[in-house]
Design a protein around this ligand. Structure first.
Ligand code: ATP
Length: 135
């Protein structure tokens, strides 16, 4: 099966650069599966998992905190505010972030704090699920 290069890049630097046969990502309008040779497109991503299918049929997972996917026939780029491959996720840290966010959501502060806490909660849950392969 044909492969395509996938790069995942954040402001802190690149977190993934490999050949895959398929990328499954969550865009704001739904999940997409992209194969090598796909026509060019750009789509915004939600906080979610990206599944990277390797030539041997196995999947690698990455937690993505939004951003964009840019598809070109020979290269797929994911640009995200933060992203981690499953093996580099610190679950204890994500669990702490989750309980902090839950605490803030219960306090019912102003809208801005509420939205921030909600996003922090989604990032933390996503990291936990990706690290545990629970997606
Ligand atoms: P925290 O409150 O734990 O910092 P956060 O969701 O606010 O979580 P981000 O702002 O999304 O964190 O990310 C800041 C940096 O920390 C990024 O480089 C991100 O990859 C990294 N990071 C955040 N949480 C984790 C984690 N649980 N494991 C590994 N890296 C993480």
């Amino acid at each position: 099966m044909k492969t395509v290069t996938v790069n995942i890049v954040t402001p802190d630097g690149p977190v993934y650069d490999s050949e895959v046969t398929m990328v499954i990502a969550k865009t704001t309008s739904g999940e997409i599966g992209v194969l090598a040779g796909h026509i060019p497109m750009v789509a915004p991503l939600t906080i979610g998992a990206v599944k990277l299918k390797k030539a041997d049929g196995t999947f690698e997972l990455a937690a993505i905190s939004g951003g964009f996917i840019e598809v070109r026939p020979e290269k797929i780029s994911i640009l995200a505010p933060s992203a981690e491959v499953a093996s580099s996720i610190d679950v204890a840290r994500a669990k702490e972030a989750l309980s902090r966010a839950e605490g803030r959501l219960q306090k019912k502060q102003d809208d801005v704090d509420f939205q921030r806490a909600e996003l922090a909660l989604k990032r933390a849950l996503n990291r936990i699920n990706v690290q545990e392969g629970n997606i």
